[in-house]
Ligand binder design. Structure first.
Ligand code: 0WD
Length: 255
């Protein structure tokens, strides 16, 4: 396994133990990395603190960061700068859309719902990259999480599919922008995983079932598989890779 001892990573988007961000946290914890956690709002603070206490490493920096609020993002990264100086990477595991827009006709998407999904699920990566950049003075690796629904039409994914397309293109523009500073930016396109967020997607169970039936590996993706790919993308082993979307989806994307 890859060692990330002596490295520091920020993990954004742990909501509970099913979160993909939590799979990434466990893999990174096993690699010996130091972790900093951010959560969306007060209602997540206790559950994140309780979860982090179960990890092997002592990861004591746990901060609020609401990505819809410029000041909250600024405060979060200035606190990180004060406390650790530099970081080696960041995992963006954040998305949101209104449940009523993850079902039915795409043409019924409201202006508000469209902008909300873009704001939280896509623009957030850019503002975070801007504030993380000065903390990555020795280079770094930024990872965002995406889904096949950003490349192709998937049932009910609707407004979130358009947000993921925008997120994936942001990954490429950020990779081009930050490459000179030695900062790599990549996306992991995860297969469907049952989490708080995916519960919002109408008929999610039949999507899981279809993967078992049809994907080359005939099983569903686990948070550990995504976590291990994140360790690779954070490590020096992936130093030649930027602007890429890696599918960790049992091969479903080739169909
Ligand atoms: O099948 C899946 N679960 C897949 C998820 C397949 C492929 C990709 N993904 C993506 C999601 O779109 C997202 O980008 O993975 C990422 C993580 O999603 P998750 O692990 O499925 O979902 P969850 O455990 O609910 O974490 C998402 C979190 C939020 O939880 P809530 O319950 O608030 O939606 O995103 C965070 C929050 O922790 N979040 C915010 N963080 C900061 N500021 C904000 C915000 N304004 N809003 C939501």
């Amino acid at each position: 396994s890859i060692s990330l001892e002596g490295k520091t990573y920020v993990i954004m988007g742990v909501a509970n133990k099913r979160s993909i961000a939590w799979g990434i946290a466990r893999s990174l914890d096993q690699s010996g990395a130091r972790l900093i956690f951010t959560y969306a709002g007060e209602r997540f603070e206790k559950s994140v603190r309780d979860l982090v206490a179960t990890l092997d490493g002592n990861h004591d920096i746990i901060l609020p960061c609401d990505v819809t609020n410029d000041e909250s993002v600024e405060n979060c990264f200035s606190t990180i700068k004060e406390q650790v100086g530099t970081i080696d990477g960041l995992a963006h595991c954040i998305a949101f859309a209104k449940t009523e827009e993850l079902a039915g006709n795409f043409s019924d998407t409201s202006r508000d719902g469209f902008l909300l999904a873009q704001n939280i699920s896509s623009y957030s990566l850019t503002i975070i990259a801007r504030h993380a950049k000065p903390l990555m003075s020795e280079g770094g690796s930024i990872i965002a999480l995406t889904y096949i629904g950003g490349e192709r039409v998937m049932p009910n994914y609707n407004v979130m599919g358009v947000a993921k397309a925008s997120l994936e293109m942001s990954v490429r523009y950020l990779a081009a922008d930050l490459g000179r500073q030695g900062i790599r930016v990549n996306a992991i396109s995860s297969g469907p995983i049952r989490t708080l967020s995916s519960k919002g997607v109408s008929d999610f169970n039949s999507i899981l079932h279809e993967i078992e039936e049809k994907a080359p590996l005939h099983r569903n993706t686990t948070p550990e598989e995504v976590g291990d790919t994140a360790v690779f993308l954070f490590s020096n082993m992936s130093r030649g890779i930027t602007g890429e979307t890696i599918h960790v989806d049992s091969g479903y994307h080739i169909l």
